[in-house]
Ligand binder design. Structure first.
Ligand SMILES: O=c1ccn([C@@H]2O[C@H](COP(=O)(O)O)[C@@H](O)[C@H]2O)c(=O)[nH]1
Length: 309
């Protein structure tokens, strides 16, 4: 799947991911009103609204982008109907030819990690049939439990040609509390980066590894260091837009050939119609506003990359 992701990034010339992190306050009124007709159950109404809202955005941006990143928490909060909306979103995006990164941030003791890996990236066997439960192409993984927690994901990635992005340096303000702690003079995120490169060596695609890394756009200097430590690792870079990251901060996350990183924006794209810059589109045309925001993001990042040469 890493090969497909790289191919799609080259085709679209868009090293970006649209984060599908729906919140009720983002969903236009006309969609929520319509959702009330489909069920008596409030959770099912919300889940229906989420799916229709996502579909509207995906229909207007799929041709511009290589990948989407649905954040499972935004669906899980609405219980089983929410998870059904997550799965329907994954399937719809894949039907549109998009690479799907499930932002699930899992990781546990080996046996439990194996179950997470099967559920999200692998297949179960039942009555002689193989069934892929959630079937994302990539999943985000938390490395805090060490190799035991990561290896089951890597095994499934090799079997299914899928991939993971391991949290290395996260974008949030307090990420340094643990991740920047020095161990024998080295920050923990560097040690994790070294381990990601090592895990990745055993799981190579054509040019990049199935084992990627998450490094926040809000820490560009650390991104520069980590790029060098993990030359064959694709870096998923959240923190653009709503968290303050800008194209000019991100050039060092990329390799010289302009590959090696893919930048996520969620709220900045899917709720663009609520922002001053795109308010003129209006609520009904929310998806058009998202398309304009995607075009602006691609331009911002590509101009920054061209400017460094
Ligand atoms: O370090 C990290 C890891 C993951 N995320 C996730 O990315 C999106 C960001 O959303 P925005 O609306 O673009 O801020 C969200 O799903 C986070 O859980 C991250 O932000 N930082």
């Amino acid at each position: 799947m890493i090969n497909q992701l790289v191919k799609k990034i080259k085709e679209t010339k868009a090293p970006i991911v649209v984060g599908l992190d729906p919140m009720i306050s983002f969903i236009p009124k006309h969609i929520l009103e319509e959702a009330k007709e489909v069920s008596e159950d409030p959770l099912e109404q919300i889940a229906h609204g989420i799916y229709e809202y996502n579909k509207g955005i995906v229909d207007r941006v799929w041709d511009l982008i290589p990948a989407v990143k649905p954040q499972i928490a935004m669906y899980e909060q609405f219980g089983v109907p929410g998870l059904v909306a997550f799965k329907k979103t994954v399937d719809y995006c894949k039907k549109k030819g998009l690479v799907v990164i499930g932002d699930i941030k899992r990781g546990d003791i080996g046996s439990t990690s194996a179950a997470y890996a099967v559920g999200h990236l692998g297949k179960i066997e039942w009555n002689g049939k193989k069934i892929a439960p959630f079937d994302e192409d990539f999943a985000t993984v938390n490395p805090y439990l060490g190799s035991d927690g990561i290896n089951p994901f890597i095994d499934i990635c090799k079997e299914e040609k899928k991939g993971i992005f391991v949290l290395v340096k996260t974008s949030n303000p307090s990420s340094g509390e643990f991740q920047d702690q020095l161990i024998d003079g080295k920050p923990l995120y560097e040690l994790v980066g070294e381990k990601v490169a090592e895990w990745g060596d055993g799981a190579m695609g054509d040019d990049y590894s199935y084992v990627g890394a998450v490094v926040g756009a809000t820490y560009p200097e650390m991104g520069k260091v980590l790029r060098k430590i993990m030359p064959k690792t694709y870096i998923l870079v959240p923190g653009y837009g709503a968290q303050g990251g800008k194209g000019k901060d991100l050039v060092h996350f990329f390799n010289e050939d302009g590959l090696g990183a893919i930048v996520n924006s969620s709220r900045g794209i899917i709720a663009a119609y609520q922002q001053d810059a795109y308010k003129q589109f209006g609520e009904k045309n929310y998806a058009e506003a998202s398309r304009a925001a995607v075009e602006d993001m691609i331009l911002d990042i590509n101009q920054a990359l061209e400017g460094r040469n």
